[in-house]
Design a protein around this ligand. Sequence first.
Ligand code: NAG
Ligand code: NAG
Ligand code: NAG
Ligand code: NAG
Ligand code: NAG
Length: 487
Amino acid sequence: MLLSLLPAFLAAVPLSLGGQVPIVDGVYGGVRNLTTSSRGNVKPASLSVTATTPGKIRAVENTGICETTPGVFSASGYGDLTSTESLFFWYFAARENNDTAPLALWFNGGPGSSSMLGLFQENGPCRINNASTAVTLNPNSWNTNANMLYIDQPVGVGFSHGTMNVGTSEEAAANVWTFLQIFLSDSRFSSLQSRDLAIWTESYGGHYGPTFAAYFLSQNAAIAAGTISGITLNLKTLGIGDGLTDPLSQYPGYITYAGSNPYHPLVSTSTINRANSSWLSSTGCKEQITACNNNGSNKVCSAAQSFCNNNILSPLAGNFDVSSSVLATNPDPYPPDLTSYLNKIGTEAGAESTWQETNINVYDNFAATGDWMRTSSPDLESVINAGIRVTIYDGDADYILNFNGVEAMTNSLETQFTSLFQAQSFESWTVDGQLAGQVKNAGTFSYIRIYGAGHEVPAYKFGTLAYGEAALQMFQQTMAHQSLVST
Ligand SMILES: *[C@@H]1O[C@H](CO)[C@@H](O)[C@H](O)[C@H]1NC(C)=O
Ligand SMILES: *[C@@H]1O[C@H](CO)[C@@H](O)[C@H](O)[C@H]1NC(C)=O
Ligand SMILES: *[C@@H]1O[C@H](CO)[C@@H](O)[C@H](O)[C@H]1NC(C)=O
Ligand SMILES: *[C@@H]1O[C@H](CO)[C@@H](O)[C@H](O)[C@H]1NC(C)=O
Ligand SMILES: *[C@@H]1O[C@H](CO)[C@@H](O)[C@H](O)[C@H]1NC(C)=O
């Protein structure tokens, strides 16, 4: 019944991939009822048949696509995990002092969504134009003083190709670790081994970020103990934007935000009441997530994803665009679609397969394990306690990973900084004198709510600030191992 409340164009399309969160049978983040597992399916290298080189990088350099600042090195291509598993990457050296700058990784979410979204819509050296035909240089690019590495993962996502065997964040972490071993062994990039390493991610990255970071640290420990060999990853920083980390603390945020947020209610009171009942009933969403988190089977977790997204996440979105901002109704043309542009420049950038914003096969593999509903808070807590600087940020115009949920998640963390964090009240955060958000800093942990920003925070502007200007200040302060302070 609730499905009938969805906009007709959503309900009519069995699968639509607008934005980073797939829509399945009209349900944001829904679960397809597949009779056979899609694990092991292959995303083909349909554009080109260059032989893979397992354990090595294949890349083109300085194509001049996107980064047109003179003298700034770039490279794009593949790291071949095996002969049948290739991850696509795009590396941009820092515009300033690339020989001493840290290395920051960027991952979009989905699961199944391409990191080209971050590169071309959010924080890369260029931005797609509104007509989706060309790009313009981004003065607030995150490669201003960090070396940036955008990775399409897991296998099958974006321009990556090969056998799709990943269906959990843990499995994704292992493949990304292997990719980095390959990347940092290449003579063009080996000087980056000793630099500070950062993970930056968004949306489903609320799972990826903590899982990858915890995995890197455990691999480092195994290298130090001599139980495995490999390159130690010099992880210093984790940044998560609008992330899904802990569904149990975050799902009530949908109910709160849909009724009351800085802009306008998203749906009627009766819709909110129905969702609240679905959350609280004895067989409801809260119980199902709890059962999943209590060592639940894949089936239990997958059923929780289906139930909660059918009855809470989707109906409460109303007619607003969940993948952009609640300031726009469906379908929001902003941020502009990348498909035609990326398929035009793909071959020149060394890509060998057709670009898709989200790979449904990868998404299905994750939906089948219920990874969505498992909590990444324990990994996040261990990463914070290991002394990694962590910044959690959230745009206040985002519904799908709204600040009510993300703040409930940050408040539920139990770390060395918990009492300090809970004793804080929000402080105003300004950028160049413009009020741009509110922040709490506690030790090496920071949380910031960014004003006027939708789901892809760096894609937005606010007040007197330019697109991405507030996000760049947050990124730069975090990368410099500082608390988030006003300028
Ligand atoms: C999934 O599909 C099968 C076969 O079509 C059907 O028997 C089953 O009831 C469906 N399950 C759900 C949860 O819809
Ligand atoms: C740093 O920039 C120089 C000059 O463009 C380039 O030759 C070099 O490959 C870059 N190195 C890295 C690791 O970015
Ligand atoms: C949800 O229902 C509970 C129990 O009836 C009530 O206390 C709470 O205020 C409701 N929440 C919202 C947002 O309506
Ligand atoms: C979790 O479930 C698995 C498989 O059902 C079982 O082997 C394991 O002992 C359980 N772990 C805990 C901590 O309950
Ligand atoms: C692009 O579109 C957005 C919203 O759809 C609008 O706010 C912005 O002004 C447009 N940019 C240009 C350069 O026209």
